[in-house]
Each structure stands twice: as structure tokens, then as C-alpha cells.
Design a protein around this ligand. Sequence first.
Ligand SMILES: [Zn+2]
Length: 88
Amino acid sequence: MAKKKSKIQTPDWILKGGEDEKPKKKKGKTFKVRRCPECNSDDVGVVIGEIGLWECRKCKWKGTKVNEEELDEDEFMKYLDDKGEDVA
Ligand SMILES: [Zn+2]
């Protein structure tokens, strides 16, 4: 019986532990978060019936310019954590 030589070997770089391999931060999905310029609450929404008008449900601010923040997935998860509430 001829024993077949396995061609599958563990490559050297794996044996070394792959220390050179750094987790590259991928520029993937980003999430936009809007915040009230007055109280920095994210509880802002568009005013129904008004185009481009925003209001803050916390401090009742109204205006057209909300602060926008762009978060990547990690930051967004953290942001949700900080909020500590379920997202509808
Ligand atoms: Zn506000």
C-alpha cells in the first residue's frame, strides 16, 4: 500500500502565529446619527409637514441644521450601548 503524501501542510506563517497580521480597520458600513445642536440629544426628528425642519423632542429646539455624526459599526454599537435603550 503506497501511502500518499499529504500535500496539505501548515504554512510557516501560520506557525509563527501571524503576528504581523494586524486587524485592518475596514471602512465598511457607517451610520449617521443626528443630534440636536442645542442639547446634543439624539432625540431629533423631522417635523411632520415641514420640509427640512427638524425638532428636538428633548428641548423643543427647531431648526434646519442638525448636527450629523458619522459612526462606523463599532462606534455605532457603542453609541447604542450608551443609549441603553432599545432601538425601534
Ligand atoms: Zn435639544
